[in-house]
Design a protein around this ligand. Structure first.
Ligand SMILES: Cc1cc2nc3c(=O)[nH]c(=O)nc-3n(C[C@H](O)[C@H](O)[C@H](O)COP(=O)(O)O)c2cc1C
Length: 217
């Protein structure tokens, strides 16, 4: 049995990647980690060219990635939330799984899970609920394809302004916007997945649950 984990995070060894790998490792099964920046995947053209063949007509890596998803017994999808919703790489990947739908429902019944890294705390009432919206974007795909949704993990990530070097001077810095008028690069700090014990535990439990479901099949 094999689990595929797909990360849309462009950052090398990001919080998102490490959270995803913890879920995959916790399954105790064979797994493959896919970093979408290593592939070229255009969004779906809605041309319905895949209706009869279950294969996309766009000649890029989306075809091979859809095959990987089809062959896997379970899938974990991890993204982040630029402008408060799911990043475009992860979204394009999900759209390109559309060929697996017609007549067969190749993803139906498979355990599925989501990981989202976002920078806006959930108690922020002024900004959109980025984590929620990112998770929903992944889980709606899984729901609409009839997958068995096992769960989701939210990771608290970093707004780029804490790392850009100008976060306390820039008039467009998102630091006061997200964390309050008195917040600074120093007071916000860098959020690291491994220091978020709740998210770590949820990732481990999620991996174990995926394995339990597959082994019970
Ligand atoms: C262009 C851009 C816009 C972003 N906008 C948001 C946002 O609106 N809400 C949010 O929660 N995070 C936002 N982020 C932060 C990302 O979610 C952040 O990169 C993510 O938490 C992963 O960070 P990490 O892997 O460095 O921890 C944005 C990041 C980028 C690059």
């Amino acid at each position: 049995m094999k689990v595929i984990g797909v990360s849309g995070s462009p950052i090398k060894d990001s919080n998102t990647d490490r959270a995803l790998k913890l879920v995959l490792e916790s399954t105790g099964l064979d797994w493959e980690f896919v970093k979408l920046t290593d592939y070229a995947v255009a969004p779906c053209m809605a041309c319905l060219g895949c209706l009869k063949t279950n294969r996309c007509v766009i000649q890029d890596d989306g075809i091979a990635l859809a095959e990987k998803a089809k062959e896997a017994d379970a899938m974990v999808v991890a993204g982040f939330t630029p402008y408060s919703t799911l990043d475009s790489r992860t979204k394009a990947f999900l759209e390109r799984l559309y060929p697996l739908r017609h007549n067969h429902g190749f993803m139906a019944g498979k355990p599925g899970a989501a990981i989202i890294t976002c920078a806006v705390p959930e108690d922020n009432e002024l900004l959109p609920p980025a984590c929620e919206s990112g998770i929903n974007a992944i889980l709606y795909y899984m729901m609409e394809e009839g997958m068995n949704i096992v769960g989701a993990v939210k990771v608290f990530g970093n707004v780029p302004c804490v790392k850009c070097g100008n976060g306390d001077e820039c008039k467009m810095s998102a630091i006061p916007m997200i964390y309050g008028q008195d917040a600074t690069v120093g007071s916000v700090g860098i959020n690291v997945f491994e220091e978020q014990t709740d998210a770590m535990e949820k990732a481990i439990v999620l991996g174990k649950k995926i394995a339990e479901i597959l082994k019970a099949k």
